[in-house]
Design a protein around this ligand. Structure first.
Ligand SMILES: [Zn+2]
Length: 307
């Protein structure tokens, strides 16, 4: 039994231009740090399949999925929103990114691995049911959560989102769905400028002011997330694992450090152990300082891989 790392080579071919922060080098930085820290040989590698139409359709409208397929360019670049573009490899990357998260669920449910980290891009948590935005096309974590519920017959799953941006897409897909508890922290006010008003009862969002560092983040997790998770008793736990709240990340203005990512992973792993037989699938979201991203993922995956 081990921790799986799931990725696909096409996730590196998705490229939105040389100045775009959501760049292919992110996955190389993660890989380099897994190797340099000696963690790599302890991880089980899996190649992500493409998500099927049926799997995507649990989270997205059929017409939206078809529109993304139609938009995919044979050459050049097509913009879906000002921040989100497709090159000729993007559709394949997005299908494999969602498929990685689905495979993670199957591997954990099948007892082949203890838990899984999906090192994939494009990210997913801003992707709404019928809208691409914020670097995201398909909502990878939502597709995986719905796969756990509908293909594996689970009744309760939790999604933990510590990306510096609010996971508005995940909220759009699950608000009011009592099978899912979403626990999130995010800088506020900040893109995508939501998550604090008229929030459904299954959403445990904690907005954090710019400048909040590790102690403020840990307080939110301890006082809001952990009691809610204990009451909910999830049968499977997902991470929307964005690392852009790191103090070295220029994308935003929170002040987490490497150790905070290890700490939060340990808290959530304890919840997963208590209620979910340890079942965790973590899916990469943001994180744009390549060094901080690589180091923080190491802290996260190291805790996942601990016996
Ligand atoms: Zn983000």
């Amino acid at each position: 039994m081990a921790t799986a790392v799931i990725t696909h080579q096409d996730c590196v071919k998705h490229d939105m231009g040389s100045f775009h922060p959501e760049c292919p080098q992110r996955l190389g930085a993660i890989e380099d740090h897994l190797i340099a820290t000696g963690l790599a040989p302890h991880l089980a590698r899996f190649d992500a399949p493409k998500a099927t139409f049926e799997q995507l359709e649990r989270a997205h409208g059929a017409r939206y999925i078809e529109a993304i397929h139609s938009a995919a360019p044979a050459s050049g670049m097509v913009h879906l929103d000002p921040d989100t573009a497709m090159n000729p490899h993007t559709l394949s990357a997005a299908l494999h990114a969602a498929g990685a998260a689905v495979l993670g669920v199957d591997l954990v449910m099948g007892g082949e691995v203890d838990n899984a980290f999906c090192s994939v891009r494009p990210p997913g948590h801003h992707a709404c049911r019928t809208r691409a935005m914020g670097f995201c096309i398909f909502n990878n974590v939502a597709i995986a959560a719905l796969h756990a519920l509908e293909a594996h017959g689970l009744e309760r799953v939790a999604i933990i989102d510590f990306d510096v941006h609010h996971g508005n897409g995940t909220e759009d897909i699950f608000a009011g769905d009592e099978r899912v508890l979403m626990a999130s922290t995010f800088q506020h006010p900040f893109y995508p400028y939501c998550g604090t008003e008229d929030v459904a009862s299954n959403m445990f969002n904690v907005p954090l002011a710019a400048g909040t560092a590790g102690p403020g983040f840990r307080k939110a997790v301890s006082e809001v997330w952990l009691p809610a998770l204990a009451r909910f008793a999830p049968q499977f736990v997902f991470f929307s694992a964005g690392f852009d709240a790191h103090r070295e990340d220029d994308m935003a203005m929170l002040g987490l450090d490497d150790a905070d990512y290890g700490w939060v992973t340990r808290q959530i792993k304890a919840i997963a152990r208590e209620y979910a037989g340890g079942s965790i699938v973590s899916v990469l979201e943001g994180g744009y300082s390549l060094s901080a991203l690589g180091r923080s993922v190491v802290q996260h995956v190291k805790v996942l891989a601990e016996p």
